[in-house]
Design a protein around this ligand. Structure first.
Ligand SMILES: Nc1ncnc2c1ncn2[C@@H]1O[C@H](COP(=O)(O)OP(=O)(O)OP(=O)(O)O)[C@@H](O)[C@H]1O
Ligand SMILES: [Mg+2]
Length: 167
């Protein structure tokens, strides 16, 4: 599935809408070049979940946990850019958190998949005109149904069931 993200606000709003279909134990892996909008998307997810704390590009911190807000689900935000091996990811002790949290990993392709049996991959492509395109691939689990509901084309429930921003 492909989504056109014309502005930074679109990226944020997509994150908010995505949060509405996320739940504890989910793993979201973000890929895309430098400055693609991975952190901006994570900020939208954080806003949708209503988690505490400001979501930033972790410069010195590889992983940051954000306490649950209204939605009751915390967010673990990982920047795996500087990680080269699985051992380093182990050192972060992430396994203790992932069952109860939504985990979003920037640059996690090839490293983070084993953290959860199923996961959602989002590749953000940066266009020459500076707009972005998000390509979504649900791996395993019920991601296909959830993405269909997110994008509003679930035939059995109709357009009124289209998922908006999380409460
Ligand atoms: N759809 C969009 N159209 C135009 N600009 C966007 C879009 N989405 C995000 N941006 C902008 O792109 C810039 C980089 O975003 P961000 O820091 O989230 O990227 P990143 O992928 O996390 O970068 P890094 O690789 O350094 O972690 C920000 O200024 C953000 O506002
Ligand atoms: Mg970033």
């Amino acid at each position: 599935m492909r989504l056109q993200l014309h502005t930074a606000a679109d990226t944020h709003e997509f994150g908010r809408r995505l949060a509405a279909v996320l739940r504890a134990g989910d793993l979201v892996i973000l890929t895309g070049p430098l400055g693609a909008g991975k952190t901006a998307l994570t900020q939208g997810v954080g806003a949708g979940l209503g988690v505490e704390g400001r979501i930033t590009s972790p410069t010195f911190v590889i992983a940051r946990s954000h306490r649950a807000g209204a939605a009751g689900v915390p967010l673990v935000h990982v920047d795996a850019y500087r990680l080269e091996t699985l051992d380093e990811l182990d050192d972060l002790d992430l396994d203790t958190d992932v069952d109860a949290a939504v985990t979003v990993v920037e640059w996690g392709a090839g490293l983070a998949e084993r953290l959860a049996e199923s996961h959602l991959e989002i590749a953000i492509e940066r266009r020459a005109d500076e707009t972005r395109e998000a390509v979504l691939h649900g791996r395993g689990g019920d991601w296909a149904e959830r993405l269909a509901s997110l994008l509003g084309d679930e035939p059995s429930v109709g357009p009124d069931a289209r998922v908006g921003a999380a409460a």
